[in-house]
Design a protein around this ligand. Sequence first.
Ligand SMILES: *Cc1c(COP(=O)(O)O)cnc(C)c1O
Length: 389
Amino acid sequence: MSERDLLMIPGPVEFDPEVMRALGTKTASHVAPEFISIFGRALKKVREVCLAPSAQPFVVAGSGTLAMELAVANLVEPGERALVVNTGYFSDRMALLLERYGAEVVQEKCAPGEVPEVAAVERVLASGRFKVMTVTHVDTSTGVLAPVEALVKAAGRHGVLSVVDGVCATAGETFHQEAWGADVYLTASQKAIGVPPGLALLTVSQKAMNAWRSRKTPVRSLYADFGEWLPIMEAYEAGRAAYFATPPVNLVYALEVSLGQILREGMEARFARHRRMAQAFRAGWRALGLKTLPVNEAVTANTLSALYYPEGVDVAMLGRAREQGVVLAGGLHPQLKTRYFRVGHMNVVGPGDVLATVGAVERALAAAGHKAQPGAGVAAAQTELLAAR
Ligand SMILES: *Cc1c(COP(=O)(O)O)cnc(C)c1O
């Protein structure tokens, strides 16, 4: 891969040079005063990015899967009931984790590209005794955006804790954790948060922290136990060092820089930019005759596009796009894997990336024999960019 290639996959994504420079600075001791203040500031910013002023933030070395495991390991005890609103690959993983920690799992499923009806989910919630409901904010395998606000509020009405997997959404899709009453918002560094892979991030409501405090059984994982991490997070935020396991010092430097950039842009402006870029991408895809996997615009994510290969085109197209300087991703949903491809568009994504990517897809499709008016995709995307305020 050339350094000038564009990495347009659903994580890792293109990162800002200032973030990359922070990653390359000299590693301080994890108990040095300068690191303590950087980590403390990063924790405060995680809260601001998730719009969760009274939540408890956790930043732990690991990937998004660890963030999922932290939520499950701490909130669920063996024999408790969990409802998984299942939209694809990562909801399957959540169900697997819940089962591994002894939960009795009920799933509300749907066809790939769709989302379960909120009313149907609410009926299941009302049928009783669930401890948690999980939902994937943006399903990375299908490009589907779930109606999280309505789902989280439904869980709240039934006294059920809500866990939202925001790994492909946080800091890209509109989300107001506290206003909506979501109990856990979890994510990883390498997607819209804009930091290379390696950090699991969570914001946990006080209600969920109290549910953890009133557990009857110990958390079955040591590394994932809030009991080990809470004193560490509290100490760093209060300007003191504490040790459980060595924090990834340089990733925390990079996180603090990236979260600062995100907050300077402003959360609403950032959500709106992701929406505008996604609309321009969608206009480009339509003009190229590409069909999206999500069944309608209301359930289509703004952080990635999942697109069926047109007739006569297959995975070899991704190699051709790469030759054109743009790296795309293949399919992930087990039922459809070979029939579609994915384009990530989060974090620093701007108009130039939209045009370069739509252009590369257009040339890759042309090379594969797909017929379209030359420039049609780029023109449609550009028209949309010009129309956006
Ligand atoms: C990427 C992703 C994950 C997994 O994150 P890893 O960092 O690969 O462990 C989980 N959930 C969603 C929605 C994702 O997009």
